[in-house]
Design a protein around this ligand. Structure first.
Ligand SMILES: *Cc1c(COP(=O)(O)O)cnc(C)c1O
Length: 343
């Protein structure tokens, strides 16, 4: 079996998850009668310090339902130019919501207020009406980078002063919290709403949660129905999500393995990793020789039994998760060392 470091979405449900799924108490969730999903939604809300939660099929659906609930068609949404919502969600916010992305370029100093202000367009009859600020923590395309509490506060304050609500794409907010030794709540108090994924490092097979005020979640529930996300005996999925949240300390192990792998890779001639940027379970590794191509490297690694994604022609992304162990990380380093000299 290949060592799969393409994403933390590749994990298989644990025995405990399958057991919980088999035994889950269920009901029709469109009638709000599924006790297991209700329990999961309550837990998600409690952990993030919000009033209410809503189970959604995926992170993409969660973010889509969030922007639909916050904004009116034709409004402008402020988001980082490298954000997942802009890059990897198939343009849903524009195609399905009619929203205009207003891209913020904050470089590596993510969401700094100067960059937010530079993107701001004051009221003018020619411009779309601003509707929302979206933040992302951890930041996927920056290699799982964490945004600290102070920056979350500054960005949220900026939005509040502009009269904008704030949505957090917190697909990996638990990774962020563990990396900084914080409670998740400390990272979510400043935002109005958040989405987090149960199916990334937390390891559930399916599902994400949206959290926010009771009133907002009631509206989101209707939007979820509209996009086809009203599910029935969804307790079978929520049960796995509950186990995923119970075992969430596993993320610390993922972070440890990512650091180990990053160190091993950067010691290989031809590969460099900025170790100071390895915050969580995702990191980027660069090929130093510009004649070498990362897509080719990825293909050769795959042949040798190591799966990882190239993100540009000189850059690879590696992601750790609970289905890899320390031995496999050592093996991954050996494979990379052997393969790099052959491409
Ligand atoms: C994975 C991811 C999503 C989307 O989640 P899916 O469940 O894959 O749809 C959203 N935001 C970020 C930052 C992600 O990494």
């Amino acid at each position: 079996m290949a060592i799969d470091l393409r994403s933390d979405t590749v994990t298989s449900p644990t025995a405990a998850m399958r057991q919980a799924m088999a035994n889950a108490a269920v009901g029709d969730d469109v009638y709000e009668e599924d006790p297991t999903v209700k329990e999961l939604e309550r837990l998600g809300a409690r952990l993030t310090g919000k009033e209410s939660g809503l189970f959604v099929s995926s992170g993409t659906m969660g973010n889509l339902v969030a922007v639909l609930t916050h904004c009116q068609s034709g409004q402008e949404i402020y988001l980082d130019k490298e954000s997942h919502i802009y890059f990897y969600e198939a343009g849903g916010m524009s195609a399905l919501g009619g929203f205009i992305p207003r891209l913020v370029d904050s470089g590596s100093d993510l969401y700094n207020p100067v960059a937010l202000e530079a993107a701001w367009r004051p009221e003018n009859i020619h411009f779309p009406t601003p509707g929302l600020l979206c933040l992302e923590n951890t930041h996927n395309r920056s290699g799982g980078k964490v945004i600290g509490v102070d920056r979350m506060k500054e960005a949220a304050l900026w939005a509040r002063n502009k009269g904008l609500p704030v949505h957090l794409d917190g697909a990996r907010i638990f990774n962020a919290a563990y990396a900084m030794n914080l409670e998740v709540k400390e990272l979510t108090t400043e935002v109005d709403t958040a989405m987090f994924c149960l199916s990334k490092g937390l390891g559930a097979p399916v599902g994400s949660l949206l959290v926010g005020s009771e009133e907002w979640i009631a509206k989101a529930r209707k939007w979820r129905k509209m996009v086809g996300g009203g599910l029935r005996q969804v307790g079978v999925l929520a049960a796995a999500g509950l186990v995923a949240l119970e075992q969430r300390e596993q993320l610390l192990e993922d972070h440890k393995l990512a650091k180990l792998l990053a160190k091993g890779l950067t010691n290989i001639k031809g590969i460099s990793v900025d170790l100071s940027a390895v915050d969580t379970n995702i990191f980027m590794a660069d090929l130093e020789d510009e004649r070498q191509d990362a897509y080719k490297f990825a293909a050769s690694l795959a042949e040798a039994g190591l799966l990882a994604n190239a993100v540009t022609s000189s850059r690879m992304r590696f992601v750790t998760h609970y289905d890899v162990n320390e031995e496999q990380i050592d093996e991954a380093i050996n494979i990379a060392e052997k393969v790099i000299s052959t491409i």
